[in-house]
Design a protein around this ligand. Structure first.
Ligand code: ATP
Length: 376
């Protein structure tokens, strides 16, 4: 949205701005100076471990929790003092919260009827439209107990969408579904969001769900934003040790920095010297120690000699469906490589191998910023 500054002068204004939000439960500081903006039409996910404050932040946006300090702006105006039902923001919870005594039609029509927003004929059209969006046309007369979990979740979403909210807040909406249905609903929800153009703020602790569905992800830990970025940015360029260890499975190897070039840094581990791409965020210093973090699924194991590799000995090879997990002793460290196709070499325990990785699969972090004590 554009905001007029003066004659002919406009600035782009975010749909929602969170400005230095702080929130306490008793003595516990659960949201610490949380600030970021959400753009119109975005699919933004709050991702973090259990208890990091995702739901609390969502509830603050919805107006269901009081904010101790900071501000929440919708289209540039503060909504802090505005009641939840007046915020033009709707929430879909994990437990659906459908009225058990009302059929699908009446569940969806409930909100507009209470607000006396439209006549029954118009309401009928709107209910049909949202039922079509969630692919549930024809289910109007069913009672909630006659629906599957996935169908109940679709009705809960339809019930929120009928209000045409500026923002739809979704709190782990797929958490109660089994894995297969959850994956299916992830695709459907992402498509629905693109089709309606509604801004989604989605809460999950499941990184795969966040990486699959979102335009941008806010990674949170202990009430603080750790990183905000696109899935690719978060996956390839983690901002700190927390994000590095939280997103994806990585081998963490303590290395010595030999020299720092413009595009890459040479590091030593055991007797091997390898080059690692430089990251925008972290600056290495020659002579110091650093952490080399490599995504397990970006590694390749080769039987023949290859440049820029760590040499090791295979400890075990484990086949799990399409995945092959290879454990390798490299100097004094055991690392794991995950491959999805047949490996370059059919290695077995005891074989000598060379381990390499895709350029963006590895990152160097300064040891002193990482909070790591002892061995990694
Ligand atoms: P989960 O993924 O497990 O739902 P979350 O990241 O959504 O976790 P929150 O539910 O926001 O985390 O909780 C953040 C912190 O606030 C936790 O330590 C929690 O115990 C605490 N908390 C949440 N609600 C209340 C409450 N009503 N009273 C007291 N403490 C609360």
């Amino acid at each position: 949205m554009l905001r007029k500054l003066g004659k002919g002068l406009y600035v782009r204004q975010p749909l929602l701005s969170l400005v230095n939000i702080n929130k306490y439960f008793g003595d516990v500081h659960v949201l610490r100076d949380v600030s970021f903006t959400i753009e119109q039409g975005e699919f933004l996910t709050l991702l973090g471990p259990s208890g990091c404050g995702k739901t609390t932040l969502l509830r603050c946006i919805a107006g269901l929790e009081h904010v101790h300090s900071g501000d929440i702006l919708l289209n540039g105006s503060s909504i802090k003092g505005i009641a939840p039902n007046k915020r033009n923001v709707n929430t879909v919870f994990q437990n659906y919260a459908l009225f058990p005594h009302l059929n699908v039609y009446d569940n969806i029509a409930y909100g507009p009827r209470v607000k006396k927003l439209m006549k029954e004929a118009e309401l009928k059209d709107r209910v049909s439209k949202v039922l079509d969006l969630v692919q549930m046309l024809g289910y109007e007369k069913r009672m909630p107990h006659q629906l599957s979990g996935g169908q109940r979740q679709r009705i809960a979403i339809a019930r929120a969408l009928i209000n045409e909210p500026s923002i739809l807040l979704l709190d782990e909406p797929l958490g109660a579904l089994d894995l297969k249905l959850r994956k299916h609903m992830q695709t459907e929800l992402a498509q629905l969001q693109r089709k309606t153009g509604t801004t989604f703020v989605y809460v999950t602790h499941d990184q795969e769900e966040a990486l699959n569905m979102s335009d941008r992800i806010v990674v949170m830990d202990q009430g603080q934003v750790q990183q905000l970025g696109s899935p690719r940015e978060i996956y390839n360029n983690p901002s700190n040790l927390f994000v590095t260890t939280f997103i994806g499975d990585r081998n963490m190897i303590r290395v010595k920095v030999l020299d720092v070039g413009e595009a890459s840094t040479r590091v030593q581990f055991g007797e091997d010297v390898v080059e690692v791409r430089n990251s925008k965020r972290h600056h290495m210093v020659a002579g110091e120690e650093a952490l080399l973090a490599i995504h397990m699924d970006k590694m390749r194991v080769s039987c023949g000699e290859v440049p820029n590799a760590l040499r090791g000995e295979v400890l075990s090879v484990h086949y799990a469906g399409s995945q092959i997990r290879i454990q390798i002793q490299v100097a004094d460290k055991v690392i794991t490589a995950v491959e999805y196709q047949k490996t370059d070499c059919d290695c077995e325990a005891g074989d000598s191998v060379y381990v390499v990785w895709e350029e963006h699969g590895a990152i160097l972090l300064p040891l002193e910023d990482s909070g790591v004590e002892g061995e990694v």
